[in-house]
Design a protein around this ligand. Structure first.
Ligand code: HEC
Ligand code: HEC
Ligand code: HEC
Ligand code: HEC
Ligand code: HEC
Length: 247
C-alpha cells in the first residue's frame, strides 16, 4: 500500500473527532464567558479572557471550559472554578506539555501527526520544543501565513541558538508551495468541472490524496516529506488532458 493511501485513511479516521467537535453548544448560558466578559481590560485576566472573543473558537462555540475545565453551569466564581487548575500546574490541561492532547481532543489529525514529530519528543523530554499555542496562540487561535511563519520558527531556529537555523526560510518556501498547490487544485476542479471532462476526476482525486498527505505531514514538520508529496501531486496533474478538450 502506498504511503498517501495510509495518510488519507488516517485523515478520514480522525475527521470523525472534528465532526463531533462541531456540535459544541453556543456560548449562551456559559457562566465562564458571561462572567469573564465583564472583567476589566486593565487586568491580566481581563486581557486574556477578552482575547478569545472574535476567535474561530468563539464562532464555533468552543468555550473556556473546553480547554480549561471547570463547571460552566455554576454561577459563582468558586463553584465554576472547581477542579480547574492554573496553567503553571503540571496537571492542568493547559500546562504547556499537556496542550497538544487538550487541543487534540478536537484536532485529532494534527495531534496524531504532531505526536510523531521531533518537536513533540523534545517538548516531552526537555520542554524546549514548541507546543500548539507557540504557533497558533492559545485564545486568538490563528493560522500562520508563510510570512508570519518565519518569525515564529526563528524564535528558536536562529544562528544564536544554533537549532537548525536553515529552517525558517525553508519552511516558508514549503508552506508557500503547499498553499499554491491547494489553490491550483481548486482552480483545476473548476476548469475541469464540465461533464465532458468526467475523465479528469480520477486524476484530480489522485492529486488530492498527495495534497492531503503533504498537509498531514506539516504537523510532523518533516519538510522533505512534504516536498516529496507535493512533487508527486504536481506529477499526477501532468496526466490531465488539455483543458481545451473539454469544451
Ligand atoms: C462569577 C465570575 C466567574 C466565573 C463564573 C468564572 N470565572 Fe474564571 N475568573 C474570575 C476572576 C475574577 C478571575 C481572576 C482571578 C481570581 O480572582 O481568582 C478568574 C480567573 C480565571 C482563570 C485564571 C486562573 C489562574 O489562576 O491563572 C481561568 C483560567 C479562568 N478563570 C477560567 C474560567 C472558566 C473555564 C470558567 C467556567 C468554567 C470560569 N473561569 C468561570 C471570575 C469568574
Ligand atoms: C482552545 C483552548 C482555549 C480556550 C477555548 C480558552 N483558553 Fe484560556 N488558555 C488556553 C491555554 C492553552 C492557556 C495557557 C497559557 C498560554 O500559553 O497562553 C490559556 C491561558 C488562559 C489564562 C491565563 C492564566 C493561565 O492559567 O495561564 C486565562 C485567564 C484564560 N486562559 C482564560 C480563558 C477564558 C476566560 C476563556 C473563555 C472566554 C478561555 N481562556 C478560553 C487555552 C484556551
Ligand atoms: C472542543 C473542541 C476544540 C478544542 C479543545 C480546540 N479546538 Fe481548535 N477548533 C475547533 C473547531 C470546531 C474549529 C473550527 C472548525 C475548524 O476549523 O475545523 C477550530 C479551529 C481551529 C483552528 C483553525 C483556525 C482558522 O482560522 O481556520 C486552529 C488553528 C485551532 N482550532 C487550534 C486549536 C488549538 C491550538 C487548540 C488548543 C489550545 C484547540 N484548537 C482546541 C474545536 C476545538
Ligand atoms: C511549529 C508551528 C506549529 C505547531 C507547533 C503546530 N502548528 Fe498547527 N499549523 C501551523 C501552520 C503554519 C499551519 C498552516 C498550514 C497550512 O496552511 O496548511 C497550521 C495549521 C493548523 C490547523 C488548520 C488546518 C486547516 O485545515 O487549515 C489546525 C487546526 C492546527 N494547525 C492545529 C494544531 C494543533 C492542535 C497543534 C498541536 C498538537 C498544532 N497545530 C501545532 C503551525 C504549527
Ligand atoms: C520553541 C522552540 C521551537 C520553535 C518555535 C520551532 N522549533 Fe523546530 N525545533 C526545535 C528544536 C529544539 C529542534 C531539535 C533540533 C535538534 O535537536 O536537532 C527542532 C527541530 C526542527 C526540525 C528538524 C531539523 C533537523 O535538521 O533535524 C524542523 C524541520 C523544524 N524544527 C521545523 C520547525 C518549523 C517549520 C517551525 C516554525 C513553524 C519550528 N520548527 C519552530 C524547536 C523549535
Amino acid at each position: 500500500m502506498s504511503k498517501p493511501k495510509i495518510g488519507l485513511a488516517c485523515f478520514f479516521l480522525f475527521c470523525g473527532f472534528l465532526v463531533v467537535a462541531h456540535a459544541a453548544p453556543p456560548a449562551k448560558g456559559n457562566s465562564c464567558v458571561q462572567c469573564h466578559s465583564k472583567l476589566p481590560l486593565s487586568s491580566f485576566y481581563g486581557v486574556k479572557s477578552h482575547s478569545w472573543v472574535g476567535s474561530v473558537h468563539e464562532q464555533h462555540g468552543v468555550t473556556c471550559n473546553e480547554c480549561h475545565g471547570g463547571n460552566p453551569k455554576a454561577e459563582t466564581k468558586e463553584l465554576a472554578h472547581t477542579g480547574m487548575l492554573p496553567s503553571a500546574n503540571p496537571h492542568s490541561p493547559v500546562y504547556f506539555k499537556n496542550i497538544p492532547a487538550t487541543c487534540g481532543k478536537c484536532h485529532g489529525a494534527e495531534f496524531y501527526n504532531f505526536s510523531r514529530s521531533l518537536h513533540y519528543k523534545i517538548l516531552e523530554s526537555t520542554g524546549k520544543g514548541p507546543t500548539c499555542v507557540t504557533c497558533h496562540g492559545s485564545m486568538v487561535t490563528r493560522v500562520l501565513t508563510p510570512g508570519q511563519l518565519v518569525d515564529v520558527c526563528a524564535s528558536c531556529h536562529n544562528q544564536r541558538m544554533a537549532i537548525a537555523p536553515y529552517v525558517p526560510q525553508k519552511a516558508k518556501a514549503v508552506l508557500l508551495l503547499l498553499r499554491e498547490s491547494r489553490a491550483l487544485l481548486a482552480a483545476d476542479r473548476q476548469l475541469y468541472a464540465s461533464p465532458k471532462c468526467a475523465g479528469a476526476a480520477q486524476t484530480l482525486n489522485q492529486a488530492e490524496v498527495s495534497l492531503q498527505a503533504a498537509k498531514l505531514n506539516w504537523h510532523k514538520f518533516d519538510l522533505n516529506a512534504i516536498t516529496n508529496h507535493l512533487e508527486k501531486f504536481h506529477d499526477v496533474l501532468k496526466n490531465l488532458p488539455p483543458a481545451s478538450s473539454c469544451r
